[in-house]
Design a protein around this ligand. Structure first.
Ligand code: XIL
Length: 347
């Protein structure tokens, strides 16, 4: 039986986001399946600022060290995710002990120290970094965040400069979602050109592939791949999963809780995924991968955001307590059909 890494060979790395239980916990089956199927890993949470650097004077390296060791042991391409983001970052990063916002220079110093320490520690081991994550709005403007408010538009450039200095050989990525939205896409194209004009190396754009069964259209995603790679950068598909559940917003958590209405309306497949939806999921993955294959010369990696359906963050986001089926392995670690073959066949 062909594995994902065999099927994608000669095209792109087969990547997966790996969690704490798989890295150092009881999930032996998960660890084995990851080693069998994939040749690249991303840390789902363990290299985020709040995990690896929770307090100013205290780093928590152990989970990240174990993550990197797992990748080295299995000869994988190891990804770092992520250095600068507006989420999962502790308040101390932006605030002084007295509670005032830091100045631009002070925050740049905090950023530089963090990047130098974390990238430096895994120099030559972590092959590429999502240096900055999710800095733009869908309309192409800068997202409001402490990073942007305090440092200004050049916080992205600074982060790339610090990362490059800490490991000159590491690949450096800008990572974001909804990059098929034209205004957001153009903002990122401009960013890449700005970095290139200043001789700041940027290897690739990471396109988070958090997709639905029907949107975005494959040709919208394709247009973004063409636009990004026209700059000379490559593309990573970084957080691929396909949400099969109805749209919902966070407010519903508070409004409906766990009532029967909520279950029927927002969690329709708690008892299992109907064949009709499984077929739609397979067709959707097949269409996406056919397009990824067409652009294999410029796509370096396709990374699924989680191993099994049970591991997926989409069981808890944007609302809690749902049963989702976004990935290629089921809750018992079995290959899911027809979706697995749909991905492997186009390969
Ligand atoms: C998610 C993780 O999967 C969850 O476990 C965590 O609770 C929140 O973050 N975009 C990103 C990822 O870049 O880091 C996010 O990961 C999903 C959205």
């Amino acid at each position: 039986k062909v594995t994902l890494k065999e099927a994608f060979k000669g095209a792109f790395y087969a990547g997966v986001a790996i969690n704490r239980r798989q890295i150092q916990g009881a999930d032996t089956k998960g660890r084995e399946l990851i080693a069998t199927q994939f040749n690249s890993i991303s840390p789902e949470n363990d290299l985020k600022w709040s995990s690896i650097h929770p307090k100013k004077e205290a780093y928590n390296f152990k989970p990240a060290d174990d993550y990197v060791d797992f990748g080295l042991k299995n000869r994988m391409f190891i990804v770092g995710h992520t250095l600068v983001w507006h989420q999962q970052t502790p308040a101390w990063v932006y605030n002084s002990e007295s509670g005032n916002k830091l100045s631009r220079d002070e925050l740049l110093k905090v950023m530089e120290d963090h990047i130098t320490t974390v990238v430096g520690r895994y120099k030559g081991k972590i092959g590429g970094w999502d240096v900055v994550n999710e800095a733009f709005n869908d309309n192409g403007t800068f997202r409001k965040s402490d990073w942007h408010d305090i440092i200004g538009d050049d916080f992205i450039e600074k982060a790339f400069e610090f990362a490059h200095k800490a490991d000159p050989k590491a690949e450096l990525y800008y990572n974001d979602y909804n990059l098929y939205v034209p205004k957001k896409r153009e903002a990122v194209v401009s960013l890449i050109k700005r970095l290139q004009a200043k001789n700041i190396p940027v290897t690739a754009v990471g396109e988070q592939g958090h997709y639905g069964l029907n949107s975005p259209a494959v040709n919208q995603v394709e247009a973004s791949i063409i636009a990004f790679t026209a700059t000379g950068a490559s593309v990573n598909i970084t957080e691929l999963d396909i949400n099969v559940l109805p749209n919902a917003n966070q407010q519903i958590n508070a409004d409906l809780g766990n009532t029967a209405d909520y279950q029927a309306k927002y969690n329709p497949y708690a008892a299992g995924l109907p064949d009709t939806i499984a077929t739609q999921l397979a067709n959707r993955y097949a269409a996406l991968f056919a397009m990824f294959y067409k652009h294999k010369a410029v796509i370096s990696r396709v990374t699924f955001w989680g191993l099994t359906d049970g591991d997926s963050w989409l069981n808890g986001w944007p609302i809690r307590g749902r049963t989702n089926y976004p990935l290629l392995f089921d809750r018992a670690y079995n290959i899911k059909q027809p979706v697995f073959d749909a991905v492997v066949k186009v390969a």
